[in-house]
Design a protein around this ligand. Structure first.
Ligand code: ZN
Length: 218
């Protein structure tokens, strides 16, 4: 059944623009209802920033969704076949998991990913001094560039030089799979933080309005 659903492009392809708009309105409406319920029922906000564990859960679920979606005709028409092979998808999956645990944008604070680096954690320390939390490392473009180039310059380059490793013998598809996995793990973190911030802001606004209406009534 799942196979049939995944392999039928009609199931996944929205038919026209108005249908996409309609489904977007549908989701926004339900998110708003959820925010109002949360604002009315709970004094303390449920929408607190996602912590390290939440980010890990989000990224693991995302990885499963991506791996599952690779079996759909839609993805198979857009991704070159060599990237759908077992070796490339394994490298991609490991990179996404490694990125989640070690290359989080939360390296700009004394977070779990920061502590996981052990003695090497000091390579990230300057960023905690230069950037504020959720600053440059949480920027959708600068975040991945800064994180990946730091690993490249301070970890990979010294290893390559020290062991005289010929990096050109690594197949391009492995490097691309690796980078894609890492970038997706970072972007998923940034997007999750952004959504939470927006939802929280909206939730606070509604709470303020509710509080104001209570005080004017009394
Ligand atoms: Zn964050």
């Amino acid at each position: 059944m799942l196979y049939l659903v995944l392999n039928d492009p009609g199931v996944l392809k929205p038919k026209n623009h108005s249908e996409i708009q309609h489904s977007l309105h549908f989701y926004v409406k339900y998110i708003n209802i959820f925010i109002i319920i949360e604002a009315v029922l709970f004094k303390k906000t449920v929408f607190s920033m996602p912590n390290g564990k939440t980010h890990t859960k989000i990224n693991v679920i995302l990885l499963f969704v991506i791996l599952l979606s690779l079996h759909t005709k839609f993805m198979q028409t857009y991704i070159p076949p060599e990237y759908l092979e077992f070796d490339a998808t394994t490298i991609f999956s490991l990179a996404l998991i490694f990125g989640t645990y070690y290359l989080s944008p939360d390296l700009d604070i004394q977070s779990e990913p920061f502590k996981r680096w052990g003695i090497l954690k000091y390579i990230w320390w300057p960023y905690q001094k230069i950037f504020k939390h959720r600053g440059k490392l949480h920027h959708p473009l600068l975040g991945p560039i800064i994180i990946i180039s730091t690993v490249g310059l301070l970890i990979i380059a010294p290893i390559v030089i020290l062991f005289n490793f010929n990096i050109t013998c690594v197949p391009t598809k492995y490097i691309i799979s690796l980078l894609t996995g890492i970038i997706i793990s970072i972007e998923a973190h940034i997007i999750a933080d952004l959504i939470w911030t927006k939802v929280k802001r909206k939730s606070n606004k509604i709470k303020k309005k509710l509080n104001n209406s209570h005080t004017t009534k009394s």
